[in-house]
Design a protein around this ligand. Structure first.
Ligand SMILES: [Mg+2]
Length: 366
């Protein structure tokens, strides 16, 4: 006789706003704080933890409509709960906040199910890799030369990361010479053995993006993320050329059709487990990418991404994003250490191995 899983009894959420150390900006957005919505799902004697980096408006949606359709379901049938949520939100629209809320619940359910089974999430999903690569990500356009140099130094000398990414496309692509100067400074600072990536967050026009892509070759840049808006499929295609940097996009992929549209015009598909629909939808997005012969790279939420990453055959690397790294180390026990440029999710801890430090988070509660 097999054990029968408990039923999901309760799904709760809380939002926290964490100020950044200083003003931060990329090519198309400036911010001074990051909001994280933390979800807890209870079933029998276990509870699971999920989160998404989104607006506090997710909280009533999670505790209302999503909790309503998830409650009473067998804990381990996470794709059934996911499908019920997806159907229930039809008239709200899947993309954006709704998908972020759904993702956080999905992650909490996988964590709870894995804890009940006494397995790591990565083992429940099924591991392909023991470890996966990461890259240091930050390099905001608001940083002074000295601050950028210090961040690069931290990643490359102290953490020994062999890949780094900086933001370009400053002020909607109006500071191209400063962008290129910062790329030059980055190459000078990290040396020839470290891969240099750039992210324009959709700041350039199509022609501008192609011209910048050609100039990036001078400093051996191998990754050009969102050279134009991810909605501009022709612009993404136009930034790709033989011998040029890989073109990447996908961080605003909230459903499978969005990933399917992007795949023909990117070299590597980015997927965010806290936006795309959680671990459940990550697996399907990765399968789509595999069918197109593309790798997947994890966008942000590094400590959750690691579990999906080691279970994805066509996986390239995790974005170890400075803002999220700082928040996750403050809010959760059990965070992974990216030193050396790879992470290995623990096989000794059940679930995703992270526990919420409610006391440390309390001062940021909204
Ligand atoms: Mg990006």
């Amino acid at each position: 006789m097999t054990r029968q899983p408990p039923l999901v009894e309760r799904v709760g959420a809380r939002a926290y706003r964490v100020p950044t150390p200083g003003p931060e900006a990329d090519g198309t957005l400036a911010w001074d704080a990051t909001t994280i919505v933390v979800v807890r799902a209870d079933a029998g004697e276990v509870s699971g933890l999920g989160w998404t980096y989104a607006d506090e408006a997710c909280v009533p949606l999670i505790e209302g409509k999503l909790a309503e359709v998830v409650r009473g379901r067998p804990l381990c049938d996470v794709p059934a709960a996911w499908t019920a949520m997806q159907r229930a939100i039809r008239n709200l629209g899947r993309a954006g906040l709704v998908s972020c809320a759904l993702s956080a619940v999905d992650v909490a359910l996988w964590d709870a199910a894995a804890r009940w089974l006494d397995l790591p999430v990565s083992r429940l999903l099924g591991r392909v890799h023991e470890s996966v690569d990461v890259y240091g990500s930050g390099g905001f356009t608001t940083l002074s030369e000295g601050e950028l140099a210090a961040q690069l130094d931290h990643w490359v000398r102290r953490q020994r990361l062999p890949r780094v990414k900086i933001k370009i496309g400053e002020s909607w692509g109006t500071r191209v010479e400063r962008d290129l100067e910062r790329v030059r400074l980055t190459r000078d600072k990290v040396g020839d053995d470290v891969e240099v990536f750039v992210d324009a967050n959709g700041a350039y026009s199509a022609g501008q993006a192609r011209r910048v892509a050609e100039r990036l070759l001078e400093w051996g840049v191998t990754w050009f993320e969102e050279p134009v808006s991810s909605d501009d499929l022709a612009g993404l295609a136009g930034a790709r050329f033989p011998g040029g940097p890989d073109i990447a996009a996908g961080e605003y992929g909230y459903d499978l059709p969005a990933f399917a549209r992007l795949l023909p015009v990117v070299d590597c598909l980015q997927v965010d487990v806290t936006r795309c629909g959680g671990f459940t939808e990550w697996r399907r997005a990765a399968a789509l990418a595999a069918a197109a012969g593309r790798d997947v790279s994890a966008h942000c939420a590094p400590n959750l991404s690691a579990h999906a990453a080691v279970a994805t055959p066509n996986f390239r690397h995790i974005e170890w994003f400075a803002d999220h790294d700082r928040i996750e180390r403050r809010f959760f026990d059990g965070c992974l250490d990216p030193a050396g440029g790879t992470v290995t999710p623990s096989l000794a801890q059940p679930g995703h191995g992270l526990t919420f430090r409610a006391g440390a988070a309390a001062e940021y509660a909204l």
